[in-house]
Design a protein around this ligand. Sequence first.
Ligand SMILES: *Cc1c(COP(=O)(O)O)cnc(C)c1O
Length: 363
Amino acid sequence: MISVRPDLRALEGYHSAQVDVRIRLNTNESPEPPPAAFRDAVAAEMSRVQWHRYPDRSAAELRAAIADSHDVDPSMVFVANGSNEVLQTVLLAYAGPGRTVATFEPTYQMHAQIARVTGATVVEGERAADFTLDPGEVDRVLATARPHVVFLTSPNNPTGLVEPAERVRQLIASAPGLVVVDEAYAQFADWTALDLVGEDVPLVVTRTFSKTWSMAGARLGYLVGPAALVAELDKVVLPYHLDAVKQIAGRLALRYSDEMDARVKQIVAERERISTELASLDIEVFPSGANFVLFRPRHHAGRAIWQGLVDRSVLVRDCSGWPRLADCLRVTVGTSGENTEFLDAMRALLAAPPPPDQNGTSR
Ligand SMILES: *Cc1c(COP(=O)(O)O)cnc(C)c1O
């Protein structure tokens, strides 16, 4: 039997339960499909796709539209199949064997995962008790590991925490290599690191169409960074990686930014409702600047609550097995009706006395 690379043997794949339930609040997608006018516009342009030809390799029109939306030059935009492929391309070019990548946990698991797949060594620093970056720990990791790439997720996943701008500035100033700020949820927060991007700044900011843009099904993401870095990524990525249909869909989606802004407002309002109501239920609720809320029941096991929700056909993300997140669950903000059903289920579950576990305690 042919054997896989030894360093991959211990790796586990990406796990997120795909359970058949009525209310899916586990993967932070948008609860609504894109506007109907968008779908009609895509259908109309689809009829003009030259199916027998390769697509525009540089995705020039899509890049230009994204660049325009952020008021940067198209040479500063790199586009790929989901922001995960953007991250993978960055890591293929700037990490890989013999290089080191730093993360600050708990955070998005794919950063360490993709880095390891490229053969890089991953160093995991710890966040402070409130899950912000701890400046002392950041200094320690940067000084001892001298990472070629440092990841920061803001708003962070799964905590929802928005990193204070000052901490991000400090990190960029002190990092020996490239800083990647993953802003998959930036539209739900009150500031963006995009303003810090510049030709001489070792910073890239990644974005996705999977969340705010209601297009998780399309697999489209991008980064904004120095043009010289984007040129290196263009060398590394596979030719014609972005298919013609996706280029059309991404370009047309950007015409509906007003509708998307309105939805973001609605989701933020619902997020605040969920946070307030959960907090009134004897639950620890972590402040969120994203489209989800991390919470920890004080007197019930997180796993038992997760199962109780599944039994009521509501699926949330079970984070209780992650380091430092014992008993934590993460709920994606859904439609108003879905959120109400989730909250009703939580109320019912918490009203029941917690079942004693093997140790006879309530946890
Ligand atoms: C959801 C998410 C992404 C999105 O990845 P895509 O490949 O664009 O779907 C990226 N980063 C974080 C932190 C996320 O939570």
